[in-house]
Design a protein around this ligand. Structure first.
Ligand SMILES: [Cu+2]
Length: 176
């Protein structure tokens, strides 16, 4: 649902922009006196800029708190640890099963180029993400609340078969 809405909104604004370009193109051969046009339209500019600044601020406040980057400060050593390595174009994990309700540590690196490491649930909602970099290991700690099969996708275009970088992670029900 969310994805269809985003697609619809994007296509709508692309269509509006295209219409504006087409209009400007066909109107551009008509000559008009510049001064009255300038006086009329320049009056809108401060209002438009104020609106854009307020809108940008609203979008930032409304979306950044939801941003799925986990806070890593103060995370302690954990029992469940997975080594993740990104390759063009697949993931290698030394373990694919973890338990829910206990923190999991992902030690993420790359064997070649930069990859993004995103963890999605069955509804393709992102839960957290990290970065797979060559010659550096990023530590990402996340606690899965719900058991199930999670998808690990690459988030950074890394070449022709980037879309093939899908791996699965099974989260088992919490240990009693
Ligand atoms: Cu990629």
């Amino acid at each position: 649902m969310k994805h269809e809405l985003i697609l619809f909104v994007s296509v709508f604004f692309i269509a509006v922009l295209t219409a504006v370009f087409v209009y400007v193109y066909f109107a551009s051969n008509k000559r008009r006196e510049f001064k009255p046009v300038k006086e009329k339209l320049y009056g809108y500019r401060p209002k438009l800029f104020t609106f854009l600044i307020l809108m940008g601020f609203g979008v930032a406040v409304g979306t950044l708190f939801e941003f799925p980057i986990a806070k890593q400060a103060g995370t302690k050593p954990v029992e469940q640890s997975i080594k993740v390595t990104g390759y063009q174009w697949y993931w290698v994990l030394d373990k694919t099963e973890v338990y829910a309700n206990e923190p999991v540590e992902f030690m993420i690196k790359s064997a070649d180029v930069n990859h993004g490491f995103g963890i999605y649930d069955e509804d393709l909602v992102m839960h957290t993400q990290g970065q797979a970099m060559p010659q550096y290991t990023n530590r990402l700690v996340h606690t899965f609340k719900k058991p199930g099969t999670y998808k690990l996708l690459c988030l950074e275009f890394c070449g022709i078969a980037h879309h093939n970088m899908v791996a699965a992670l099974t989260v088992l029900p919490a240990k009693e």
